[in-house]
Design a protein around this ligand. Structure first.
Ligand SMILES: [Zn+2]
Length: 245
């Protein structure tokens, strides 16, 4: 079970103390979306992975830690504009501000994940234009990660799936197809191959909606459920274990 508690944290940039909700013992249930977003309760608490200092506006996963570069970035005009951008919610702006700091620090992987979380915040508010912009920034940051010889995801093949999904959801269908086919040409783990093949069917239909990995992993189960008139597409591990199908 996921536990959340309030903790007073002192900002590393300005020294101001403020209270923040922190999650511990996170227990993940269900299967993630193709871009790594969790299902169930954990789907909503990604917001706890960003903290915003109410005094100086420093945004980071843990504002008790900071760098000279972070101090420099938060004083910039671009950061202030992002912090208050009317195009995004406060949560999305916080993630985008974190992304700016990570980019300046040369940590393009973190910059990409922060942008992707900003996209999830936009998804939750039906801010489609904002979500598209955040996903394209995440793609740019992830590509810069790869260009520097590093990985942004720990699983081989996962990166092709994530990039394909981000481009498809941003309605960049041609680019998504190119990344997808390049991934399929590799000697991939069977599971990732199935994910990419599923992404390809969505790209061909120009479907930019969210896709969950369980749709692929339990395609046979879903087919039988649909035959019985059950429409649900996302299941917890427990529900599938208990299923008599
Ligand atoms: Zn501060």
């Amino acid at each position: 079970m996921t536990q959340i508690f309030s903790k007073e944290i002192k900002c590393a940039i300005c020294g101001h103390p403020s209270a923040h909700d922190v999650a511990i013992s996170m227990h993940v249930m269900g299967w993630p979306d193709m871009d790594g977003r969790h299902s169930g309760f954990e789907r909503s608490i990604f917001a706890l992975s960003i903290q915003r200092c109410p005094s100086c506006g420093y945004c980071a996963p843990d504002i008790s830690k900071g760098s000279a570069k972070a101090r420099e970035v938060i004083q910039s005009q671009a950061y202030c504009e992002q912090f208050e951008s009317p195009d995004f919610s406060a949560l999305a702006n916080s993630f985008l501000c974190q992304s700016m700091i990570s980019e300046k620090d040369g940590d393009f992987s973190s910059a990409g994940w922060a942008s992707l979380k900003a996209a999830w915040a936009c998804d939750d508010q039906d801010n489609n234009d904002g979500a598209k912009r955040c996903r394209l920034r995440a793609v740019e940051m992830f590509k810069r990660t790869m260009d520097s010889g590093k990985k942004f995801s720990g699983y081989f093949g996962n990166e092709d799936v994530i990039l394909t999904d981000l481009l498809r959801r941003a309605e960049r269908f041609e680019e998504a197809l190119a990344v997808c086919e390049e991934g399929l040409s590799k000697n991939l783990d069977e599971q990732f191959r199935k994910f990419l093949e599923f992404e390809k069917t969505l790209i061909e239909k120009e479907d930019s909606g969210s896709a969950n990995s369980s749709t692929v992993l339990f395609a046979g189960v879903f087919r039988k459920m649909e035959e019985k008139g059950i429409k649900k597409k996302v299941f917890t591990r427990e529900e599938l274990r208990m299923s008599s199908i």
